[in-house]
Structure formats: C-alpha cells, structure tokens
Design a protein around this ligand. Sequence first.
Ligand code: SF4
Ligand code: SF4
Ligand code: SF4
Length: 360
Amino acid sequence: MGQFNFVQKAEIFAYSGTNCLRNEYYHNDCRRCIEICPKGAFHIVRNKLTLFDNECIECAACIGSCPTEALTIANFDPNAFTVAFREAEEKSLSCKKNTPCLGVFDVHHLITMGLRAEAAPLCDMAHCEGCALNTDGKLEARIRGTIAAANTFFAEVGMECRVETIEEKPEENTRRALFRKAFDKAKEGIAETSAEEGITLEHQRGGGAKLPLKNLLLKNAIKENLSKFAKTAFEGTSPLFFDKAVSFEACTNCGDCLQFCPTEAIFATGDKHGINFIAGNCIGCGICEDICKTDAIATKPGVDLVEMVYNRTRTLVHYEMVQCRECRCPFPYKGGDPICDRCKDFSSDFSDMFTLARDL
Ligand code: SF4
Ligand code: SF4
Ligand code: SF4
C-alpha cells in the first residue's frame, strides 16, 4: 500500500483511502463496501471512493466486507475480538450483546475463532429480520454467506465444528441496558487478551504490514491446527485462498503486475528475470490479472494449505535474458531466433516497406 495516510472519518468510523484497493489502483472496481452500506454513505467521486461522513451512521456493517481492512471503527476491533474469543466466556456473537452488526466480521474471523477456541461461534441472527440496516436483505445475505463459507472450510478440512445460528429472539436480550452492560464487559476482556497477545489497533493499521491482519490471524490459526485436518490440499478454486500461474510464452517480464500487488504476494526473483509468488499472501484482488497486457497471469485452481501457511515461495516464471540481435537490448528469451518482441513487431509491421526498399 502507498506511503501517504489518507483517512476520512465520521465520528468513530474511519475509512483509509491509503488501504483501499480502488484508490491504490485506478482501474480496480471493488465495490463491496458500497454495496453493503445500508445508508449509501460511500460514493465514487472522480473514480475515488469517498465517505460522506454526514450520511454514515457508524453501524460497522461494512467493515467485514473490505478485503484490505480499510474500514475501522474506534470502539470495536474484530481482530482483537477474534483473538480474545478463545478465553471469552460468551461464545455467541450478538449485536444485542457483545458486538456491533455481525457484518463487522469476515469469514477469516469466524474460521480463526473456531480453530483457536476449538468451538465455532454461535451467531445471533434473530434480529436481522426487521433490522433497519437490513432493508433490502443484502446485509443478512452477506452475513449468512460468511457463515456458510466458514462451514464449507471446516467441512473440507474434516473438522466437526460448525458456526451455528440463533434464529429466535430470546426475551431478555432485547433489553438495551443489558446489551450495553455486556458489550462494555466484552470490550474490557478484548483489551486484556489482545494486549497479552500483542494485537492492538495500531498493529492493525500500521507497522508497514502488507497483509491484512485477519489473513495473518487465519494463517496462524490454520498452522496451529494443521495436524488435526483430515485434508490439507484441495482441487478447485476457493473464495479464501488463491493460486496463480504465469504463461511462459505470454509473459514479457514487464513487471507491471509486481508493482501493483497490494500485498506483495508476487515479486521479482532475486536476479529480476522472473516472478516469485507466495500463495499465503495473495488476497485474490485480481489486480495483477487486470493489469497484465498479455493476459499472462491467471488464477489457477487448487489450494495447498501447508504451502500457504508456511509462506513458501514458488517461482511462477523465469527467463534467461539474452541480447537481441537487432537492438542489442537484453530481453526474456523464449527459444528460437534471439530477437526481442519489439523488434519482431517492428519488422513485421514494416516488412512491406523493407521489401520495397530492397527491390528499388
Ligand atoms: S471494500 Fe475496501 S477495498 Fe473495496 S472499495 Fe471499499 S474500502 Fe475500498
Ligand atoms: S505476468 Fe503480465 S504484467 Fe506480469 S510481468 Fe508478465 S507480462 Fe508483465
Ligand atoms: S497476486 Fe494478484 S490477486 Fe493476489 S494479491 Fe497480488 S495483485 Fe491481488
């Protein structure tokens, strides 16, 4: 992410333009927060995401949807809550008891809670229907989608725990005073546990970390539990983990994709003649694929959790650099005549002219 810290704030809700994918890369069209905000407080102004603070009601419903943690709220840190969940007495997540809207969590948080506590959280969904934030049902659908994705993960690795839901409203939980008391108590607990584990809001927002903290927490939780998984390698694509392939023939080693990867999951090999990849650092934003002029890089099916959590580096493509026989510039050699693409294009574009000049 960039060097400048561009933050827009309502009272306690903040949006960091510095961490937003679409602000960092002009052509990225991430709209997840725009689509989930029940008040339409996000707007695109000159292709930049802009928070209209007078429209934001600080409900936190959009926070979990952001892949790069560009959205935060001062009185609740979902990462610190996730870390503290193992020790918490209360194993349910409820907007009436201990959390803001459950939209504050992403699937990473639910899986991490389940793995670390050896019991998945119980999500209180009883209040979604009729909630003023859920007018068109989009918010509830997103939360249920997050729960379903966490359960798909648990099923695939062969673990029995599942995120369950509460669908009925318990009488006593509807009282606001009780909610406040429990929420404040939970916040104290979170502060203590997260301080013990070295997790703070400052850690989340700064420190030069490229990978969102929720991804880091998930990787650590998976690493601790690998021995309990029945399976660690999967075929097919996943909404959580990503693998990449680069075509040797199509790639020109231009380096464009490396420059814009927000998490540095792809980076140049030591000799700069190729591309390395750390699957565990890829957030699947698609910027590399979008920016590549020759469509050389693509998402590849298959997930290897061991490779991912141990940050193993794989070389996606590597070239021998040779001198072009025409222009004398080094270029990535792919076999055959040692002539670079530019000279090859030039000679084919102007072949008629050269033939004509020769025949004169
Ligand atoms: S969800 Fe995050 S990355 Fe996507 S547009 Fe909103 S702030 Fe930017
Ligand atoms: S994959 Fe595409 S963008 Fe990346 S170096 Fe190769 S040609 Fe350039
Ligand atoms: S490798 Fe590509 S998809 Fe993965 S984080 Fe980097 S730019 Fe995004």
